[in-house]
Ligand binder design. Structure first.
Ligand code: SAM
Length: 289
């Protein structure tokens, strides 16, 4: 019996997770990062970049539903959406389920990630790359938001961690450029790490978004393979109040959307913004207002 290959995540030192590898489907050092897609008996197909789990077939729905339906249902009339990163296509799939969205621009730095996820993670995009509303741009998201003349209603930063090509997507320049690219009433949400293990990430993002947006905060969801506790998402909106809509309003919007989900619902939407004390203290807030 051959010894099964084991893949170890190298995001944290001294603490981590491992996956048994049933089969390596693709592996390449692209121009930007070390890409591997493999099969695991528990989580299905797994994609990792530079030794960090990016997405798995089994738990991706939690992350993709929370980073799309929270801003889109809070906004309720978004027509133009920008996705930064998101090469696996899961975010694109969930955004494309909103019929009111007229244009989706996706700026992904690594074309190989898109090509290989289309080939080996088809359940992520489920054909969304063929959506006529999609404008796929292979470029650095920082360069795009710094130079585009376009404006967006919702911007979703679905990036890797702030190491390597993803680092610039956590910079002050990036948040300022995203703010510049938002229409009135626009919302920015970003992947912002697991604060139990990466508390500095929320602290830094808070300092960089405070004063930039009419309302800024974070919300959370536990994604099993983003280890170390709840994953945190940064929220920045150009209008007060979009984060604290009445529950009945959100329930009605969710019902009217006709979108069937496996994680998101209106109660989860509102509850996700209730941050624990240690995270509130890290971001310099007294409470969840
Ligand atoms: N769900 C994952 C997470 O929370 O870490 C993110 C998954 S998605 C695959 C991350 C994507 O960000 C990758 O495809 C990577 O190529 C892309 N990316 C990293 N840096 C980027 C940049 N500067 N501009 C655009 N895309 C970038």
């Amino acid at each position: 019996m051959t010894q099964k290959e084991i893949w170890y995540e190298t995001l944290h030192t001294g603490f981590g997770q491992y996956f048994s590898v049933e089969k390596v489907l693709y592996r390449e050092k692209t121009d930007h990062q070390d890409l591997v897609i493999f099969e695991n008996p528990v989580l299905g197909r797994v994609m990792a970049l530079d030794g960090v789990v990016q997405t798995t077939e089994r738990d991706e729905f939690i992350y993709h539903e929370m980073l799309t339906h929270v801003p889109l249902l809070a906004h309720s009339a978004a027509k133009k959406v920008l996705i930064i990163g998101g090469g696996d296509g899961g975010m694109l799939r969930e955004v494309s389920r909103h019929p009111g969205v007229e244009q989706i621009t996706m700026v992904e730095i690594d074309g190989t990630v898109v090509d290989m996820c289309k080939a080996f993670l088809p359940n992520h995009s489920q054909g969304a790359f063929d959506d006529p509303r999609l404008n796929l741009v292979i470029d650095d998201g920082m360069r795009f938001v710094a130079t585009t003349e376009e404006r967006f209603d919702v911007i979703i930063s679905d990036s890797t961690d702030p190491i390597g090509p993803g680092e610039v997507l956590f910079s002050e320049n990036f948040y300022q450029a995203c703010r510049r690219c938002l229409n009135e009433g626009g919302i920015l949400v970003t992947q912002n790490g697991t604060p139990f293990m990466q508390l500095e990430e929320v602290r830094t993002t808070a300092a960089r978004t405070d004063g930039l947006f009419a309302d800024w905060h974070f919300y959370q969801a536990a994604v099993p393979t983003y280890i170390g506790g709840a994953m945190t998402f940064a929220w920045g909106s150009t209008r007060e109040g979009l984060r604290r809509l009445p529950l009945e309003t959100l329930r009605q919007r969710f019902r009217d959307s006709g979108i069937a989900t496996r994680y998101y619902n209106a109660d989860i939407h509102l509850g996700a913004f209730a941050l624990p004390q240690y995270v509130l203290q890290a971001i310099g807030k007294q409470d969840n207002d």
